[in-house]
Design a binder for this molecule. Structure first.
Ligand code: LLP
Length: 417
């Protein structure tokens, strides 16, 4: 069975490019995240080609997966970075991104973060309120840095069809600004000579399954942009969807790109996709610790939990789960749960799985985006190792080692009493 160009069974063994997943898990242990850099590059290339007609520049959204090997791979392949904190800017720079290829976004940037971004020379700052404009101007003035390019984030008051936690462009959301606020900032911006407002930004949500809301939001954005001749750049954010189920195919972005190409003529276009570049390049490997039958239910208890992958608990997200050794035998319906002390600690509800035994390993698929990036130390669990299979497909390495309890405890000053 083939899951995508990089993940498939070969002679009954799950492979990521040319490497056996079992071999990695044997050496590194579980739980472990594994990413195919080849797949990351292919996904990026496909997006670059799809949006070539509008000459869009892709800024990979680091929040989806900020592993340094991933950031380096996308930077080398020509993508800029969308960073949402000083930490993400620093990671991007360390991974080799050029400062001018970094877009700094975020609903509440601190003064320190703004100073750091301005000092680093990031290409763009996506602004979410009027006070932030003052902060950017002051930072550029005191650091004696010329103009900083800013894009004002527009909230188009459009409800995207996605999980409610991922819908960001409706009127009640904390994100962006109304057309009226943007108008006021633009009318007043000659007061802030260090900030060059040359762009508008918009991101109406993530995992956007249909393009209706995007099209509506885009027409509102264009209407606004046309009122202001200084606006030459439109940043359309991220949100491109991926298929999480085997029987699903994600809408083709080529079609969407073709639909919007005509509308955007004359503007420089930036995009900030995260998920579409990394989600299906990654998996989380877990090991069965116990099998328990209780109250008519079957629980497969594994060593991975909501601390390593919170998406099922937080968004009721579906991730396919497959054994590392292909099985054609009997199946049963089970819940895949982790060791964390929460009833929400579920990786899959009522899932048809092959019969499993203690020690069997499973791959939780399509977890390259918002997996490790959202992992925590809840229950004093140690964040897992991250392994990358190099773009050649034939070699792998640990990109981030598994945490140890000392990594966590050294942040606390322990008294002897
Ligand atoms: N740009 C902005 C301003 C964003 O807020 C986001 C995502 C992106 C770009 C990238 O969106 P993408 O292309 O990855 O959909 N934790 C959730 C997703 C939250 C997305 C937050 N913002 C999840 O696990 O599905």
């Amino acid at each position: 069975m083939v899951f995508n160009a990089s993940i498939h069974y070969r002679d009954g063994a799950l492979m990521i490019d040319d490497i056996s997943v079992e071999l990695i898990a044997d050496e590194v242990g579980s739980p472990v995240y594994i990413y195919s850099l080849k797949r990351v590059r292919e996904n990026l290339r496909r997006l670059q080609r799809a949006f070539a007609s509008i000459d869009a520049h892709i800024h990979y959204s680091a929040k989806a997966n900020s592993n340094s090997a991933v950031l380096r791979a996308v930077s080398k392949a020509g993508a800029g970075i969308d960073a949402v904190s000083g930490g993400e800017i620093q990671r991007a720079l360390m991974a080799g991104a050029r400062a001018e290829d970094i877009v700094f976004a975020g609903v509440a940037k601190t003064r320190d973060e703004i100073d750091y971004a301005v000092k680093s020379g990031v290409g763009w700052i996506n602004v979410e309120n009027a006070l932030e404009m003052e902060h950017i101007n002051a930072a550029a003035e005191s650091l004696r840095i010329g103009e900083v390019k800013a894009a004002l984030r527009f909230n188009p008051q459009v409800e995207a069809k996605t999980h409610r936690y991922m819908s960001t462009g409706h009127g009640a959301a904390k994100f962006g600004m109304t057309a009226a606020s943007i108008g006021r900032i633009l009318a007043d911006c000659c007061r802030l000579p260090q900030v060059n407002v040359a762009g508008l930004h918009m991101h109406i949500g993530s995992q956007l399954g249909d393009t209706t809301a995007t099209a509506e939001a885009l027409s509102k954005l264009l209407a606004l942009a046309k009122r202001y001749p200084q606006i030459d750049t439109l940043n359309l954010g991220g949100g491109l969807p991926v298929a999480y189920r085997f029987d699903e195919t994600a809408p083709a972005m080529e079609e969407f790109a073709a639909e919007i190409a005509g509308l955007l003529r004359g503007y420089r276009v930036l995009l900030e996709p995260g998920r579409a570049i990394v989600a299906d390049a990654g998996m989380l490997v877990v090991t069965v610790l116990y099998v328990k039958r209780q109250a008519g239910k079957l629980f497969i208890i594994v060593d991975g939990s909501m601390a390593e992958l919170i998406r099922p608990a937080l968004y009721q997200a579906h991730h396919e789960i497959v054994p590392l050794i292909e099985s054609c035998g009997d199946t049963y319906t089970a819940q895949v749960v982790g060791p964390v002390c929460e009833s929400a600690d579920v990786l899959a509800w009522e899932r048809e799985l092959p019969r499993l035994e203690v020690g069997d390993r499973l791959a939780v698929m399509t977890t390259g985006a918002y997996g490790m990036a959202m992992a925590s130390n809840y229950n004093s669990r140690l964040r897992p190792a991250e392994v990358v299979v190099e773009a050649s497909g034939g070699s792998w390495r640990v990109s981030r080692r598994r945490e140890t309890i000392d990594d966590i405890l050294r942040l606390e000053r322990l008294t002897s009493e």
